[in-house]
Design a protein around this ligand. Structure first.
Ligand code: UDP
Length: 359
């Protein structure tokens, strides 16, 4: 056990095994890990990040691990078994962690995968699990619940809606999320276009945003990693006349430079979004968010003040909200981001969570 007088922790962060950091394949986990790491370092803690080979995360110290990538959990159906490929990067990362665990006070798991939860009782170093998605499969629910029972307080989540997807949601610690606000510039005079930002994959429901701009004629800029190519091609084929432009997957500084010039962000997830980093990135730029009333975005957006919450899966609801955008004061969006989503505030919650686990 760590003495309460030991102010600084030695932390080992273990990233997602679905792709290298910086590639966009890990979705919001990449930015979340980066932000928490930066904030912990700023507070004087020491840390190392274990991530798949090819990872780049600014100047942060990364141990790169080779091996076969894990497929994303969101492509699985409820009763799918656990799948681990030969020479698994996930297994290799945790093998590394096992070997070095004596050098650390706490391991922080960022992967939504079965193995780290299964291995938890076999480690001598305590493990905090930051769960980045809601309930997806029976196998994952079972193994996370086992850890929540055996190691109370070690399961962190990003929103109450995410926690509520699990039968053991009341035993999860809700940590929210945050961004480095200094990287996002406020823009008062946007262009006429709208934005859609995220991984291009079925659970993100991009087609609804495209359908909405086809109805309104307002151009839509699309930013993010094309994770599912056939899904993207089918949207392009289904809406040949929609006024859309695919901008690409951009690093944060370039992303915000595009995003801040947009009139609004459209968020159209089909699933219960655990949080929705892109919502707070938009708000930080003064960009209101229009989102379906489900999951994390429904806890972030102040309906009528910093965006609009729309009936889930309703394209006409999106269109109607787009028509009311002149009611939103963009400065109120930036103000909400500053008041609620600073890295400083998240750092306090994360540190408290870590100390709770250690003591
Ligand atoms: N993102 C990015 N560049 C882009 C588009 C998106 O870096 O061009 C990042 C964005 O900053 C956010 C993440 O992709 O952190 C998407 O995360 P979100 O929580 O919205 O959804 P997830 O992918 O985790 O489901």
């Amino acid at each position: 056990m760590i003495a309460a007088t030991d102010k600084f922790l030695r932390l080992l962060f273990i990233s997602s095994p679905v792709g290298p950091l910086g590639s966009g394949m890990g979705g919001g986990v990449e930015l979340t890990l980066y932000n928490i790491a930066q904030e912990m370092l700023r507070r004087g803690h020491s840390l190392k990040i274990v991530a798949t080979q090819g990872s780049v995360l600014g100047t942060l110290p990364i141990v790169e691990i080779a091996g076969e990538l894990q497929t994303s959990a969101q492509t699985q159906t409820r009763n799918d078994p656990i799948f681990i490929p030969g020479n698994s990067v996930l297994a290799n990362m945790w093998d590394y962690a096992r070997q070095v665990q004596a050098d650390y006070d706490l391991i922080v798991n960022f992967a939504y995968d079965w193995l780290p939860f299964y291995l938890t009782p076999f480690f001598t170093c305590p493990i905090a699990h930051l769960v980045s998605m809601g309930s997806l499969t029976e196998a994952m629910d079972g193994i996370i619940e086992g850890v929540a029972t055996q190691f109370p307080g070690t399961i962190g989540v990003h929103s109450r809606a995410q926690a509520a997807t699990f039968a053991f949601g009341d035993r999860c610690r809700c940590l929210g999320n945050a961004i480095d606000l200094s990287l996002y510039e406020f823009c008062d005079q946007p262009g006429s276009w709208l934005a859609w930002v995220g991984r291009i994959a079925p659970e993100k429901g991009l087609e609804d945003a495209v359908a909405a701009v086809e109805m309104t004629g307002i151009p839509l800029k699309i930013l993010g990693k094309i994770q599912d190519k056939s899904y993207w091609e089918s949207i392009c084929a289904d809406y040949p006349n929609a006024p859309i432009e695919y901008v690409g997957f951009l690093p944060t500084v370039e992303l915000q430079a595009e995003l801040r010039q947009c009139r609004a962000l459209l968020m159209t997830p089909r699933w219960v979004e655990a949080f929705g980093n892109v919502a707070i990135e938009a708000l930080a730029c003064g960009v209101p968010a229009i989102a379906y009333r489900r999951g994390g975005p429904a806890e972030i957006i102040q309906d009528g003040k910093t965006g609009f919450l729309v009936e889930p899966d309703s394209v006409t609801g999106l269109v109607e909200a787009i028509g009311r955008l002149d009611k939103i004061d963009r400065f109120a969006c930036r103000q909400q981001a500053e008041a609620e989503y600073s890295l400083w505030a998240l750092g306090d919650r994360i540190e408290e969570w870590f100390w709770g686990i250690l003591n």
